[in-house]
Write a protein that binds this ligand. Structure first.
Ligand code: ING
Length: 308
């Protein structure tokens, strides 16, 4: 079984005015720190190249295109791919994808240790809303700027490990992890940008938000006997605070490493993927214990219906 030193490259804030060059330089600095720590797989946040622009209402969604990438790698990110290749570190990071057909997705890619893209995922669970909401202290317009992902929840064998990706809100939905778990996933990598406070009144505070993020990531890991890495873009972006809380979780649901700041910060842990085997062959041996003949509601229904 494979072993990898896995790293989380938590990033501090990216301001709306920050250029791709400034951001990529920070990502490369994190890559250098990861190499010095012996990291072999490094995960960056959701929308790593730009500020979390869905907080801004733009009447003409085309105005948002400045935040999108038309190809990957591209001129701005080529130095990152090149340095990752030189250091033989596989990477994953999120960005806003504008396809040649004009479709827009909240996307993440995965490379091998030679810097080649081996996987792409498009965020399926888009939170928030699509029209301006005056009730909110800040907007969360992911449903305005992105389509739901159309690639499903694939896995790839990379560096000898069965890996899957998810993005931010996906981590809150057990279906995400189970779709990957049913493919034998051993490492789920999840970048996120999570506001520290909800935009609606009466929202839970930062402490409760951190608890929910940990709970979601740890449950997903334990219930599918897989490593899970959640990596934040954090800090105050143009006055709007994003939470940190990046963690690496083992297949038993135990947190192996945790970020302590809301800045660029590296976390890392040696991961022995043989540790996935115990859960997958005992309590979460899906073939022996699952009863899908009783699970029909999970795909037959979207919302809950109360009939009693
Ligand atoms: N952000 C948030 C997330 O799921 C959110 C949105 C926060 C939803 C808290 C519900 C509660 O972490 C993104 N980008 O999905």
């Amino acid at each position: 079984m494979a072993e990898l030193v896995v790293g989380g490259a938590q990033m501090g804030p990216v301001q709306r005015a920050d250029s791709r060059a400034i951001v990529v330089a920070r990502m490369i600095a994190l890559l250098e720190r990861a190499a010095a720590a012996g990291v072999e797989m490094l995960i960056y946040p959701e929308l790593a190249l730009t500020t979390f622009f869905p907080r801004w209402y733009m009447a003409d969604p085309v105005e948002a295109d400045a935040f999108f990438e038309r190809e990957m790698p591209n001129a701005a990110t080529a130095p990152l791919f090149a340095r990752a290749r030189e250091l033989r570190i596989a990477i994953s990071f999120g960005y806003a994808e504008l396809t040649p057909e004009g479709r827009r997705f909240n996307t993440a890619i995965l490379t091998d240790r030679a810097g080649r893209i081996v996987g792409k995922y498009r965020k399926i669970h888009l939170p928030g809303h699509s029209e301006y909401d005056p009730e909110r202290s800040h907007q969360h317009l992911e449903k305005r700027y992105f389509e739901p992902g159309d690639l499903g929840f694939p896995v790839w064998r990379n560096a000898g490990v069965v890996m899957g990706m998810a993005i931010c809100n996906d981590r809150r939905w057990p279906e995400t992890y189970r779709c990957l778990g049913l493919q034998g996933v051993e490492l789920v990598v999840i970048g996120y940008n999570t506001p520290s406070v909800n935009s609606l009144k009466g929202s839970e505070g930062l402490e409760r938000r951190m608890f929910h993020s940990d709970l979601s990531l740890q449950a997903g890991a334990y219930q599918n006997a897989t490593y899970v890495v959640g990596v934040a873009k954090a800090g105050i972006e143009d006055g709007h605070r994003l939470m940190g809380g990046s963690i690496i979780v083992d297949p038993d649901g135990v947190v192996l490493a945790r970020a302590e700041t809301e800045d660029d910060e590296l976390i890392a842990a040696p991961c022995d993927f043989a540790a996935c085997a115990f859960g997958k062959s005992t309590i979460f041996d899906f073939a022996r214990h699952r009863r899908p003949e009783h699970y029909g509601r999970i795909t037959a229904q979207t919302g809950a219906t109360v009939e009693v």
